[in-house]
Design a protein around this ligand. Structure first.
Ligand code: AMP
Length: 116
């Protein structure tokens, strides 16, 4: 069940401020408040999806394509397409997801050590 009072839902509704990176019909993106890299943005779908599993199983094809198009716009806007970046999704309890609205972490501006 989606919690309409989660922090990112409030940002989407304009009830909380953020440092916006990009927005369109399907996607909203803003800088992480506690950055873990020189560049650290979050990219979220406008739809009410609590996690990646929910998005994959419930979103329409239009939303899924729209989301990835928007994600690419964010990467272009951040200027990290060529140098590269890391994309992280924490999903659910074992993934240590804190905010229950699907978000892609986009980290860039520096080289990261390998995790996997
Ligand atoms: P996760 O652990 O994957 O759920 O990540 C949640 C992320 O949201 C963390 O990196 C937080 O720093 C970030 N965060 C929490 N509140 C805000 C906020 N108001 N504005 C921007 N980022 C936030």
């Amino acid at each position: 069940m989606y919690d309409k009072n989660n922090i990112f839902a409030k940002i989407l509704r304009g009830e909380l401020s953020c440092r916006k990176v990009y927005e369109d019909k399907f996607v909203f993106s803003f800088y992480d408040i506690n950055p873990k890299a020189k560049i650290h943005a979050l990219v979220i779908p406008r739809g009410e999806y609590k996690d990646l599993v929910s998005f994959i199983t419930k979103a329409s094809i239009e939303e899924i394509i729209g989301f990835f198009n928007g994600l690419n716009k964010v990467i272009e806007k951040l200027g990290i397409s060529d140098d590269g970046f890391r994309c992280i999704i924490n999903n659910g309890h074992n993934g240590s997801q804190e905010v229950p609205h699907l978000h892609f972490h986009i980290l860039g501006g520096e080289k990261f050590g390998r995790i996997v």
